[in-house]
Design a protein around this ligand. Structure first.
Ligand SMILES: NC(=O)c1ccc[n+]([C@@H]2O[C@H](COP(=O)([O-])OP(=O)(O)OC[C@H]3O[C@@H](n4cnc5c(N)ncnc54)[C@H](O)[C@@H]3O)[C@@H](O)[C@H]2O)c1
Length: 298
C-alpha cells in the first residue's frame, strides 16, 4: 500500500482527516485504504490544464500528481526510475484521468526539455510546473565530500532552476500565464545537524521563488515554494521506522505531516485561487518551526 494512502481509517465512509478539522477535506473509503478528497480536485478546477511534476514516482510528488490528475489536469509524471514512473502513472485512476510517465534525471537538461516537449506534444500546452524532485544527503560538515555536494546541487538547485526556466519559456510563448512551485523544506530556514548542504539548497529554492517575481509577473506566471517539515513518505519511514513516533512527540499538532497535507497546499498554490500569491514560501510542519525548545521551568 502506498504510504500516501496510509491514513487512519475512519469508522464511517465520511470523516475528518486525522488531526484535521477543516471540513472541506473528507476521507472516503476506497478498497482497503482511505484517501483524501481535496476541494480543489473535487471541483476538477484543473480541467484543460497540463502539469509537470518531477520526482513523482513515490512520496509527496506522487500524491501531488494524483490529486492534480483527479482535479482534471493532464499530468507529465517524472521519476528517475522508469519502472517506478510507469507504475505510478498507472496507479493513478479516476474518470478522465490522464497521466504520461517520463523517466529521467532532472539534473539533465535534455530530460527537462523532454518533460516540456511531452506536455506540449500531447496537449499543446503547459500550465503548472512542480519542481518536486530532490535528494537528501546527510553528512558531517567536516567530512562532507565534493562529490556529494555536486550531486545535491545538480538535482536540487540546477534541476529546479532549469525546469522553471524551460517551463516559463513555454508559458510565456503561450501567453496564458502559469504556476511554478518549488519543493523547499523547513531546513531552508532552520539549521539541522548533518544537513548543511541540503539546507543550503532548500534555502536557495526559497530565494529562487522570490527572485523570479520580477521576471515572471509580467507574464502572469507565479513562482512559490513549499517548505514541508517531517513528512511520512516511503523514504523517511524506511530511513527510520520510529519517524512517526518521534514527530508525534515533537510536533505541536501531535503528528508528522502526510503527503496529502503537502499536496493540498500545493494544489492551492497552483490553482486559479492563488493568482495574487507569488514569491512566497509556505511552511507545512504542524507548527514545529514556530516553537523553540521550552525552558524547564513553569
Ligand atoms: N519527506 C520529507 O519529510 C520532506 C521534508 C521536506 C522536504 N521534502 C522534499 O520534498 C520532495 C519530495 O520528498 P519525498 O520524501 O517525497 O521524496 P523521495 O526522496 O521519496 O523521492 C521521491 C522520488 O524522487 C525521485 N528522484 C530522486 N532523484 C531524482 C532525479 N534526479 N530526477 C527525477 N526524480 C528523482 C526518486 O526516484 C523518488 O521516487 C524532495 O524535494 C524533498 O527534499 C521532503
Amino acid at each position: 500500500m502506498k504510504v500516501g494512502h496510509n491514513i487512519k481509517e475512519s469508522g464511517s465512509n465520511l470523516g475528518f482527516h486525522q488531526g484535521s478539522s477543516w471540513p472541506g477535506f473528507f476521507i472516503f473509503k476506497k478498497c482497503s485504504s482511505s484517501f483524501l478528497l481535496n476541494p480543489f480536485s473535487m471541483k476538477k478546477i484543473f480541467t484543460s490544464q497540463t502539469a509537470i511534476v518531477t520526482g513523482a514516482g513515490t512520496g509527496i510528488g506522487f500524491e501531488i500528481a494524483r490529486q492534480l490528475a483527479q482535479g482534471g489536469a493532464s499530468v507529465v509524471l517524472n521519476d528517475l526510475d522508469e519502472k517506478l514512473a510507469e507504475k505510478a502513472a498507472s496507479g493513478i485512476s479516476g474518470e478522465g484521468v490522464t497521466v504520461w510517465p517520463v523517466a529521467g534525471d532532472v539534473s539533465d537538461l535534455a530530460v527537462i526539455q523532454r518533460l516540456v516537449d511531452t506536455a506540449v506534444e500531447k496537449s499543446g500546452r503547459l500550465d503548472i510546473t512542480i519542481a518536486n524532485a530532490g535528494i537528501t544527503t546527510f553528512g558531517d560538515f567536516f567530512e562532507y565530500k565534493l562529490e556529494s555536494l555536486q550531486k545535491l546541487l545538480a538535482v536540487n538547485l540546477q534541476g529546479s532552476f532549469f525546469l522553471a526556466q524551460f517551463a516559463a519559456r513555454q508559458m510565456r510563448r503561450q501567453g496564458t500565464g502559469g504556476r511554478i512551485l518549488f519543493m523547499s523544506s523547513v531546513t531552508g530556514n532552520q539549521a539541522h545537524r548533518r544537513l548543511a548542504a541540503y539546507g543550503m539548497t532548500k534555502a536557495g529554492l526559497q530565494m529562487l521563488a522570490k527572485a523570479l517575481v520580477p521576471e515572471l509577473s509580467p507574464f502572469n506566471i507565479t513562482a512559490n515554494a513549499l517548505a514541508p517539515g517531517a513528512t511520512l513518505t516511503e523514504r523517511t519511514l524506511t530511513d527510520d521506522p520510529d519517524y512517526p513516533e518521534i514527530w508525534k512527540k515533537l510536533s505541536p499538532t501531535g503528528r508528522a505531516s502526510t503527503p496529502e497535507d503537502i499536496a493540498q497546499a500545493a494544489l492551492f498554490l497552483v490553482s486559479p485561487a492563488a493568482g495574487q500569491i507569488t514569491g512566497q514560501t509556505l511552511v507545512i510542519d504542524g507548527g514545529w518551526s514556530s516553537v523553540s525548545p521550552e525552558p524547564p521551568f513553569e
